[in-house]
Write a protein that binds this ligand. Structure first.
Ligand code: TEU
Ligand code: CA
Length: 540
């Protein structure tokens, strides 16, 4: 495996709208991120993935782009962005951007031109039909995926909100536009790209193919050749799919992406009915353990894994994989279970301080196009789900859970700003779940994450954690997740009790040296009675 600069780096995902509001207008901004670069450096992260910061009407909080080469004034100016890139670089921190190629905003100049007439040169930038085809296909955000344009007497296709018309990749001009946008940011010193729903850019609407269409990989390889492949950057695809599809995207010789996110664990609570995550099912930790092992064994020898448990589309990992009765212990156990596997670790803002899901009082407290689309389809129209059950599902799975303001301290608005009502509610637990409080508590989740990043990069062990062979132990154990990492004679064991029960367990090897654990214990013998969510990393 050829070594790459990003193999051992921690990538920290920032949702700018909710990270830090420097000008007290209720919305996070770029200057707020610059204010917190020293906090991020101390946490031990190396790359900042910012969700889209481009000009946008914010129907989908920036994933509806109206200008790929300019900054959303809500977040600041191009000068602010240039300052962030340079200030980060001074701290050896690099910026990863979020490229949304599948669709743009209906306020984009291209779409405004396209709807002027059928023979406008931009008309073919989008997918217009005189009649909807495969009308049964539901938009991800509810309702029909086809929107009527009176003036044209035509419909256009939108996989997501009607304000997010899909771009027509059968038109070579679209490839050029995306290449130009990527090259614009490469020249500004952006060192990484996350590609939004990239598995959809091969869609063939008339054949009812929405993901993984026949021309998908040739288009990705073309983008590599004409834009980001000419720079030494790190790339990750958001590609909802399976292990085989992940390999097609990430085998180095294919020149597509360095890695993709696998969603089989985080979306395993989605019951795959027509209601999806809005009728969630309980988590199955044995299924998650088997899935993590499947991707380690499936990708490690030939390509690379992205290690994550949260992002801006998911609820909090403590609520999903852990327990509120053991908030600290389970947060630390989840981090240990995932981040010592082989691959590049991703941490989502707030995860490192143990932020949890927020129970909103009423539907109007939510501010996500996905929630309202589902509410209209399932509660109002189909009446399949009661209001109470829908609110309970939102508590568990709504994306707002991970978009409420970051909790910096116990002052007004948790230190997110100086008092202006933030765009989303603050969680009631901000008095003790916040950076300031946790920096002072040696046993806090934050201090555990700082130990974890330092351990993973410790010169004594970093080669084992970055390049060591991953091998699962006691695969059939449904409660304990044990694996080893081996590199040139060094063996490190990771043992995690995934449950809130005490469980007896015999360590596979004697403990030579404890490197990290969440109960601060010594381990004299191998027969243990593991406490709830007890997690141990040790040298054999
Ligand atoms: O998400 C793609 C996507 O499919 C998710 O919206 C997912 O379907 C849903 O949240 C259930 O988990 C990407 C971005 O990450 C998301 O924020 C955008 O809303 C979406 O694409 C459209 O750009
Ligand atoms: Ca602001």
């Amino acid at each position: 495996m050829e070594r790459k600069w990003w193999h051992d780096k921690f990538i920290y995902q920032i949702y700018p709208k909710s990270f830090k509001d420097s000008n007290n207008d209720g919305i996070g901004d770029i200057k707020g991120i610059i204010e917190k670069l020293d906090y991020l450096k101390d946490l031990g992260v190396d790359i900042l993935w910012l969700t889209p910061f481009f000009t946008s009407p914010m129907v989908d909080n920036g994933y509806d782009i109206a200008d790929y080469c300019d900054i959303n004034p809500l977040f600041g100016t191009m000068a602010d962005m240039d300052l962030l890139i340079s200030e980060a670089k001074k701290r050896e921190i690099y910026i990863m951007m979020d490229m949304v190629a599948n669709h743009c905003s209906n306020k984009h100049r291209w779409f405004q031109e396209a709807i002027k007439s059928k023979d406008n040169p931009y008309h073919d930038y989008f997918i217009f039909r005189d009649k909807p085809v495969h009308e049964e296909h539901r938009s991800c955000f509810g309702g029909s995926a086809w929107e009527y344009v009176e003036s044209l007497n035509q419909y256009y296709f939108h996989e997501f909100a009607k304000e997010q018309p899909d771009l027509n990749f059968d038109n070579p001009k679209i490839m050029e536009e995306i290449e130009n946008a990527i090259n614009f940011w490469m020249k500004k010193g952006i060192k990484g790209i996350r590609f939004d729903v990239i598995h959809m850019i091969g869609k063939q609407i008339d054949n009812g193919i929405y993901g993984y269409g026949p021309k998908l990989h040739e288009r990705v390889q073309e983008l590599y050749k004409t834009s980001y492949g000419n720079y030494d950057i790190v790339t990750v695809g958001e590609a909802w799919g399976n292990l085989e599809q992940a390999l097609d995207f990430t085998l180095p010789e294919r020149n597509e992406f360095n890695m993709v996110f696998q969603f089989e664990c985080t979306s395993s609570t989605n019951d795959n009915s027509k209601h999806g995550k809005f009728t969630p099912k309980p988590i199955d930790m044995k299924f998650c353990k088997d899935t993590w092992i499947k991707y380690q064994d499936g990708l490690n020898k030939k390509s690379w894994n992205a290690l994550f448990v949260e992002n801006h589309d998911l609820g909090r990992c403590i609520n999903r994989f852990g327990s509120l009765d053991y908030q600290k212990e389970s947060a630390k156990a989840i981090a240990t279970m995932v981040y010592f596997q082989k691959g590049t670790p991703y941490i989502y803002q707030g995860q490192e301080i143990g932020m949890t899901n927020i129970r909103m009082d009423k539907l109007e407290d939510y501010n996500d196009v996905e929630v309202y689309g589902a509410y209209n389809d399932f509660v109002v129209k189909a009446k399949d789900i009661t209001y109470e059950d829908f609110m309970d599902a939102c508590y568990k799975e709504a994306r707002d859970n991970n978009r409420i303001p970051f909790q910096w301290d116990d002052s007004v608005n948790a230190g997110f700003n100086k008092g202006k009502k933030p765009w989303l509610k603050i969680n009631n637990n901000y008095k003790e779940v916040n950076v300031k409080y946790e920096l002072k508590d040696p046993d806090s989740i934050l201090n555990f994450y700082k130990k974890l990043t330092r351990l993973r990069k410790n010169p004594l062990y970093k080669d084992t954690f970055t390049y060591g062979v991953f091998e699962a132990i006691d695969k059939d154990n449904k409660d304990i997740f044990t694996y080893k990492r081996e590199f040139e004679g060094q063996t490190i064991i990771i043992v995690v009790n995934m449950k809130k029960d005490k469980i007896s367990y015999k360590l596979p090897y004697k403990v030579n040296k404890v490197l990290l654990n969440n109960y601060n214990k010594e381990y004299k013998n191998q027969e243990l009675n593991l406490d709830p969510y007890e997690a141990i990393v040790y040298l054999v």
